[in-house]
Design a protein around this ligand. Sequence first.
Ligand SMILES: *Cc1c(COP(=O)(O)O)cnc(C)c1O
Length: 376
Amino acid sequence: MEHESLLMLPGPVPVPERVRMVMMRQAINHRGSEFGGIYADCVRILKPLFGTTADIFILSGSGTAAMEAAIANFGRDRKIAALVNGKFGERLYKISQRYGTAIEIGSPWGTPLNLEGLEAQLEGGAEMITLVHNETSAGIKNPAEEVGRLARKYGALFVMDGITSIGGDVVQTDAWGVDVAFVGSQKCLAAPAGLSAVAVNHRAWDCLCEKRPYYLDLASYRKSAGNMPMETPYTPAVALVLALREALLIIEEEGIAARIERHRRLSEAIRVAARAWGLPLFPVLDEKHTYSNTVTAIRYPAGIKDSEMRGRVKKMGIEIAGGQDQLKGKIFRIGSMGAVNAPEILATLAAVEHSLRKLGYLVKDNGIEAACEVLS
Ligand SMILES: *Cc1c(COP(=O)(O)O)cnc(C)c1O
């Protein structure tokens, strides 16, 4: 059998056996009452994870499908202010360019958002804001609540990517004034890749564009979800929805508060290990921004090659992530999302510390020891 490595990535993450098992069954009719009930279960459990009472739809497509659905349904021909401090913020900007008049409000990746720039664009008539709450490419958590306040002050629609925060960190879609939010299945939810879920509130429905995509027309999703039994407009990825329901039942059993606390504690262990090694965390923070609790981005010391370091870690059966695009070779990232536990974190830190030493970096202090202090 091929060796399965432990995925300590910011998605995909390991899928619990219970979740994998439910995909093995015989096909079911997606227009039947059983599927309708499964879809309804998913929506019921997702609502508190999103922190919303708004409509939620499951899309058969990864997180990027939900990003595109949000902009294509609510942003066409509108002036869209895209906040960018990493790769996924940039992706929302690029999608916005396809549908509306996109304005990039950028700051260097992993540094605080340019909120003054945002306010200037809102004063200038921007009608929609896009934000990535937890910027996976840089390990920074952006101040969604603050952005929501600006959105409400200027009456702009607020679209938030919660793909690596929902299910792993505190998200309060309604209280923060987020109008459209979405999550992907293979991140904090610990389900297989291939699904996303999008929440749409009444303010967003009031701004629904006349000209919409066909497959990702959220008005069709709303209409079908209103049927008895609950449905999707076209054939969904049924096996993946079965798996998503099982993954959400596990989340419900753990409890949202406990799950968030587990993510916080495990990511804290990674952060203290990095500090002990003498390696700076990549994000540059101010009082409004914080480190991500679901992915930790660490700067490489001079002279350590990304491929060599991650290659060594992989040989020990663990996959961690490198940097994307302009951050390639500069940082490595350890995911701590989903069903992740303390032994997995400790094994990962041990493999990383060993590899750093072997490649000639003299770690300042014992990172494992520091992590154990947090975990014990
Ligand atoms: C993973 C991710 C996405 C979506 O990527 P897919 O490959 O389409 O699942 C979007 N935003 C963020 C912040 C992500 O981490």
